[in-house]
Design a protein around this ligand. Structure first.
Ligand SMILES: *Cc1c(COP(=O)(O)O)cnc(C)c1O
Length: 372
């Protein structure tokens, strides 16, 4: 049987629902090809690109109303690189992690493998749920994810009650940043990458750092060997000068600056968070009412930016995703290692809630075809 194709009148205006890399606004791409083109292929040590880095740093500080003393730091390598940075520069002796999916587990693994650290404390819960670490004596850094992109489960972001004085809070905000509210002063390092809710391309990590995190990074760099590209104190020094240690992806910076301008022009974080919340109401409302579709995550942990939908065993989710793909609706496949009969749908602020509504109509249509 050949793959059916969803009729054109049902399809969303934009068919990108991937959870990262994710939809980039066409207007941002046009702006890159327009005024942005003048910066492409020019020195990152000169005013135009440094000005762009400054725009990104200011735009993020404004979006999240950074508290006094917190700063925006960035460098090359994505959030995966930041785990290695943190293993060298933010964990002093021992960390504690809550793991509730692939990404939160990866940072715990990095800490476990670091020969200069003690074995981390791990709180693990099943995929679809979420947790935060609890206080343990001797732990100097607590880590978890705000939104676990592999499962679509969110955890609260707040300081750990009863933690040792000076213990740092390190939160992975990679898919949440730009799409979820946050009290930045509940964290010491809130780190993320620009290719998810922030609607840009990959390759960078960015972080909101507290004064305590900067102090820890400077102290550890002075007392243990740290590779230069992983040295957070080097990233802080460069970021303060609107630079990076080595060559950044200028296009990624441009798209990110454009996205931050778009959010600011429309009302800031409240606008961005509201777009995702609206999409989530549409998606989960539809799924809860559908006899063949069940959200994997319980309502209290459900992510407003990444929805995971289990399908009834009578339909093959792979076939649903393949039919959508053949119709120009891409990246609805679940996280590869989760191994569930599932669709995963990004609802980042860039994605139009009306496109999410159209997508539910397309899935209805595909399910009808496959169960006919
Ligand atoms: C995507 C993602 C990462 C990895 O980001 P990279 O930029 O690809 O390294 C880490 N954590 C979370 C929560 C993510 O969603």
């Amino acid at each position: 049987m050949s793959t059916p194709v969803v009729p054109a009148h049902l399809r969303p205006a934009d068919g990108r629902f991937g959870s990262g890399p994710a939809k980039v606004r066409p207007e941002a791409l046009a702006s890159l090809a327009g005024p942005g083109a003048q910066l492409m292929g020019t020195s990152h040590r000169q005013a135009p690109v440094r000005g762009l880095v400054g725009r990104v740093r200011r735009g993020l500080a404004e979006l999240y109303s950074l508290p006094e003393g917190w700063e925006v730091v960035l460098a090359n390598g994505g959030s995966t690189q930041f785990w290695d940075v943190a293993t060298f520069c933010l964990v002093e002796r021992r960390s504690a992690h809550a793991a509730f999916g692939e990404f939160s587990a990866k940072f715990a693994r990095a800490a476990r493998r670091a020969p200069h650290l003690e074995d981390p404390v791990l709180t693990e819960v099943a995929p679809g749920s979420a947790a935060v670490p609890t206080a343990v004596e001797g732990v100097d850094a607590y880590a978890w994810a705000h939104n676990e992109t592999s499962t679509g489960a969110c955890a609260p972001v707040r300081r750990v009650a009863g933690a040792d004085p000076g213990a740092l809070v390190l939160v992975d905000g990679t898919s949440a940043a730009g799409g979820m509210a946050l009290q930045v002063d509940q964290t010491d390092a809130y780190y993320f990458a620009p290719q998810k809710s922030l609607g840009s391309d990959g390759g960078l990590w960015l972080a909101f750092l507290s004064p305590a995190a900067v102090e820890r990074a400077e102290r550890l760099a002075a007392s243990r060997w740290v590779p230069e590209s992983l040295d957070l104190s080097v990233a802080v020094t460069n970021s303060r000068a609107d630079q990076t240690l080595n060559t950044p992806a200028v296009a990624t910076l441009w798209l990110l600056a454009d996205q931050l301008d778009w959010m600011a022009a429309n009302g800031g974080l409240e606008f961005a968070v509201g777009r995702s919340r609206r999409s989530a109401e549409i998606l989960y409302g539809w799924a809860d009412a559908h006899p063949l579709v069940t959200p994997m995550v319980a309502p209290e942990f459900r992510s407003p930016v990444v929805g995971t939908l289990d399908l009834d065993p009578s339909v093959d989710a792979k076939q649903v995703a393949a039919t959508l793909r053949a119709s120009g609706i891409v990246d609805t496949e679940p996280y590869r290692k989760l191994g569930r009969n599932q669709l995963r749908i990004a609802m980042f602020p860039t994605i139009d809630p009306e496109d999410v509504r159209a997508l539910t109509g397309c899935i209805d249509w595909v399910l009808e075809q496959l169960t006919a």
